[in-house]
Write a protein that binds this ligand. Structure first.
Ligand code: SAH
Length: 232
């Protein structure tokens, strides 16, 4: 079963964009996932193919029309399409690694990318869109957020990254940030690689890495440690 991504956007040329390169690009070429970007403007109204209008109640900016967006969604995903329908949105639930893992284990996603001030609230309800945020800051459109979400999902697909991405050690996978990495040269600008990593003692190395992961998480993201202790 292939992971299928369908993206509804006013800028389909932004896809696959950077996901056409490197790991995700190779995976795309190998048919491990598919990426179909559809232009919302194909469903725009009138001679100018209008997709937006002024906000009811007044105020700045423009809002994506519910009727136009619904037509685009209906043309892209039938009601029995098993894929979750996501709307990239700063108001959404913040994306987490566990959500990414769940999405990547499924049939794929349909993603709506907002623009302007956002989308008419009624289409969120009427088409059962799940709002997803990639962080507490505001982008100018949902496309870069969609690329971030897809990148995180695709690297977890079987055969894309091999063992590395399935590792329990990666940041967030076990509720901890990852331990520090080192490689050659053994000494660089007077800085040495910690001795334990060169000891060949795998037990000691594992213990050191675990302690470092806890230390770094404690310093930088104590909220993760709290969540973790609640779980166990
Ligand atoms: N006026 C809106 C922001 C609109 S930004 C507000 O204050 O909430 C335009 C579009 O960019 C949004 O519709 C959404 O699709 C996308 N976007 C912006 N920030 C985002 C974020 N942090 N996560 C996901 N999508 C985001």
């Amino acid at each position: 079963m292939m992971f299928r991504a369908t993206i509804l956007t006013l800028f389909p040329e932004m896809f696959p964009g950077p996901l056409g390169l490197s790991l995700s690009g190779d995976a795309l070429a190998r048919g491990l996932w598919s990426c179909e970007a559809r232009d919302i403007r194909d469903h725009g109204l009138g001679r100018h193919r209008a997709v937006d209008d002024t906000p009811a109640g007044g105020g700045a900016g423009m809002v994506l029309r519910a009727d136009v967006l619904a037509a685009a969604i209906d043309a892209a995903a039938s009601p029995d399409d098993p894929r979750p329908r996501l709307l990239m949105s700063p108001r959404g639930k913040p994306l987490t690694q566990s959500r990414v893992r769940a999405l990547s284990a499924g049939p794929g996603v349909t993603i709506v990318c907002g623009r302007f001030e956002g989308v008419d609230e009624r289409v969120i309800e009427g088409r059962d869109l799940e709002e997803v945020s990639i962080g507490d800051y505001v982008l100018s459109g949902g496309e870069i957020a969609a690329l971030a979400l897809l990148d995180a999902c695709v690297r977890l697909l079987p055969g894309v990254m091999g063992a590395a991405a399935s590792g329990d050690d990666e940041s967030f996978e076990n509720g901890l940030l990852e331990y520090p990495h080192y490689t050659r040269p053994r000494e660089w600008e007077g800085r040495a690689i910690p001795d334990v990593l060169l000891s060949g003692d795998h037990r000691k190395i594992a213990d050191w890495r675990r302690a470092e992961a806890v230390r770094i998480t404690c310093e930088r993201r104590p909220d993760l440690l709290e969540k973790r202790s609640k779980k166990t």
